[in-house]
Write a protein that binds this ligand. Structure first.
Ligand code: SF4
Length: 400
């Protein structure tokens, strides 16, 4: 790709943006492997930059420094003598307008050091993702914003907001850690799978499309490629992409990504009205329905009718406590059922609403609701983990 000196100028500031958004060890494949980050640092040093910074704003609810520690980046930064910055703690922020924004994000507050850096190197890991189906280069740049912006992004249209952030912070190059990828119900319940590749591109969409093919995902099933094409962020089709180096087909695997499939028929005991829904809401549907099964709540709640995606009408005859409205697309029916806010909503919102039969949005959740959900999550975590591993085993028995 031209070598590091074609990318990095002597005396410049280089920001490395790995995926270090969760408290997860390297072997989980949820965060960019520290050896990949170390290799990039050593390469960048050859160009003699003034500063090398590893920066991240971890997922909402996660402490970035704790994430750095768990995924091995604190040690890498120390040993390689580079700076480690938690974007969430940055005070020196600039509120910049997003020219021609497409989402609710007309301005975005970003750290000065990031905006003033001469180079940004995006270092994602390839993984399945609960609220996006799939996470790689495009999604990784979402981790440059603080929690307030992050929450705003989720409120209206996350995929489009992600594209808007890209226009504000464009990485010079994207280097993907696809040595081990996290399949399964990643990022929270990952099942690591070996691919053994590193990929690079200046085009984040192109590298993400190839990452899909490498892991056996059909990019047409991931909504955000359509959005990226709409805003012209990168390659809109495979035909526009030239792959140099190893052949994708020689390394492609059937990664287990349970966020895909026919959502209307997958849980026949339930009435699920899922049409015109983005892959994000479909992924969350899969996560929550399987959670119900794992924790023994599936058979108890088959009276629930679940609505997901844009619909012109919904059945008239369903009592309010049985009608579960998932996501902002269903907001117009809010007074007819139990509405779960978000675009997409929070990850466990659906199964908790189905079990508790009460609305728990920002404006309606009580302290007891939150306490109950946290306690349930902790109590059911081991059984859920075991369930996921069995599902993964079964998948690979059938698909290789
Ligand atoms: S709420 Fe609607 S627009 Fe938002 S992710 Fe879900 S299906 Fe897509």
């Amino acid at each position: 790709m031209g070598g590091v000196s074609s990318l990095v100028e002597k005396g410049s500031t280089v920001v490395l943006k790995p995926n270090a958004g969760h408290v997860a060890p390297p072997e989980s494949a949820v965060c960019t492997n520290p050896d990949v980050v170390r290799a990039v640092i050593r390469e960048v040093k050859k160009a003699e930059p003034k500063r090398i910074i590893i920066a991240e704003a971890a997922a909402i609810g996660c402490d970035t420094m704790e994430c750095f520690e768990a995924c091995g980046l604190t040690q890498v930064a120390k040993e390689e003598d580079v700076e480690l910055i938690d974007i969430k703690r940055e005070k020196d922020l600039i509120n910049i307008p997003v020219r021609g924004y497409h989402s609710n994000i007309s301005h975005v507050k970003l750290p000065r050091f990031l905006l003033e850096a001469e180079h940004i190197i995006n270092l994602p890991i390839l993984k399945a993702h609960a609220s996006m189906v799939f996470s790689c280069a495009l999604k990784n740049i979402k981790g440059v914003v603080q929690d307030k912006v992050h929450l705003d992004m989720h409120r209206e249209n996350l995929t489009m907001a992600m594209m808007d952030v890209w226009w504000a912070v464009r990485a010079d190059i994207n280097i993907v850690d696809a040595i081990y990828a996290a399949g399964g119900f990643s990022p929270h319940t990952p099942v690591p799978e070996y691919i053994g590749c590193i990929m690079g591109s200046r085009d984040p969409v192109a590298v993400d499309r190839v990452a899909c093919h490498l892991s056996g995902i059909n990019p047409d099933e991931v909504s955000y490629f359509k959005v990226a094409a709409e805003v012209g962020l990168g390659a809109a089709t495979d035909e526009e992409i030239e792959v140099i180096g190893e052949k994708v087909a020689d390394h492609a695997i059937h990664m287990w990504v349970p966020y895909l499939g026919d959502m209307s028929t997958r849980w026949p005991e339930y009435r699920i009205l899922c049409e015109n829904a983005c892959s994000s809401c479909q992924a969350l549907l899969a996560l929550n329905m399987e959670t119900l099964k794992a924790i023994g709540e599936y058979d108890k709640n088959t009276d629930a009718v679940i609505v997901v995606g844009r619909k012109d009408s919904i059945p008239e005859d369903i009592p309010k406590e049985r009608l579960i409205l998932h996501g902002n697309c269903t907001r117009k029916w809010r007074d007819r059922g139990l509405f779960i806010e978000g675009c997409p909503p929070a990850e466990g919102g659906l199964h908790n609403t189905i079990i508790d039969r009460s609305e728990m949005n920002d404006d309606t959740a009580t302290a007891e609701d939150i306490e109950r959900i946290v306690t349930r999550k902790a109590a059911t975590a081991p059984v859920w983990r075991e369930y996921v591993l069995k599902m993964a085993e079964e998948y690979h028995r059938q698909n290789g």
